[in-house]
Design a protein around this ligand. Structure first.
Ligand code: KMH
Ligand code: ZN
Length: 282
């Protein structure tokens, strides 16, 4: 089996300091959490950014400041901005970080309920628009799917040329409105993607480590972090994203797999190596 890429979703848009006081808002806090996750074995930082008061934003300048701060302390990490942003944001707001030409960005492939009256809206035309810009800017999409139908949408748009192969999926499982986080459903998702595709498993809330374990056994990559879960175990808050990453890194080793370095993650995902990128930007 390939090595396991660990992604740390350090911040999210919906989780707050009321849920866990260690959720990062400021640039310094985002830098601190990224470094803790990277030191514990994460090679991808999935990034949302906030104003200092915690308000989610997709502002391109705030993204640039945060990415620069992360790169100062995690020079070879793959920073993957969100284009999902927060529920209710416009497409124009959400797409902004893609114009920074990051190595990767998320591409959410369908609309779903998101708890209460919230709806996370991703129409077919939105996905086409975001996918096309990612192709233009040479940004590899992490195809976020909250349900099986979203895989089917991604496959259709791949055939039509809006998403390139080989595709990389993130199965987000256990959202209130998406597919449930069960072994049966994870197998169903995995069996539904092309043979040359890679996948990451993100279990939401208390399912985080159960889903991680199943993902590791099935040959997947794993995402953990405050965006998805703020607890180490029932009633025990995580002190940092680093603690969550360390717990999954230990699981990976106990189950006999190895953790991918950022360079190995780039190889698995078909991304140019960092030296090449550094040369291009210098
Ligand atoms: N905050 C959610 C509404 C993504 O990053 O692309 C969407 C989200 C997905 O987090
Ligand atoms: Zn996200």
């Amino acid at each position: 089996m390939q090595k396991v890429i660990i992604t740390a979703a350090i911040c999210g848009a919906e989780v707050t300091k009321e849920h866990n006081s260690n959720v990062p808002y400021t640039i310094e806090e985002i830098q601190r959490e990224a470094k803790a996750a990277y030191d514990a074995g994460a090679s991808i930082i999935h990034l949302h950014v906030r104003e200092d008061d915690g308000t989610p934003t997709q502002d391109i300048n705030r993204f640039k400041e945060c990415i620069d701060a992360i790169k100062e302390v995690c020079p070879d990490a793959i920073v993957q901005p969100s284009t999902g942003g927060a529920v209710g944001m416009s497409n124009a707001e959400r797409i902004q970080p893609v114009n920074l030409c990051p190595e990767m960005a998320t591409l959410d492939c369908g609309t779903c309920n998101f708890g209460g009256d919230d709806i996370f809206v991703n129409t077919e035309n939105t996905i086409k628009e975001f996918g096309s810009l990612m192709i233009d800017k040479d940004v590899k999409p992490e195809i976020e799917v909250f349900d099986k139908g979203m895989i089917d949408m991604a496959l259709r748009l791949n055939k039509k040329g809006f998403i390139k192969s080989p595709m990389h999926f993130n199965f987000v499982m256990g959202v209130n409105g998406g597919i449930s986080a069960t072994p049966r459903d994870l197998l169903f998702m995995r069996e539904s993607i092309p043979k040359d595709a890679t996948f990451t498993v993100s279990g939401i809330g208390r399912t985080q480590f159960d889903m991680a374990t199943m993902g590791i056994l099935l040959g997947g990559n794993i995402r953990v972090g405050f965006e998805d879960n703020v607890y180490m175990s029932k009633g025990v808050l995580a002190k940092s994203n680093g603690e969550l990453v360390k717990k999954v890194a230990d699981l990976i080793k106990q189950l006999g797999r190895e953790i991918a370095t950022p360079a190995e993650a780039r190889e698995i995902l078909g991304l140019p190596q960092c030296e090449v990128l550094c040369e291009q930007t210098n």
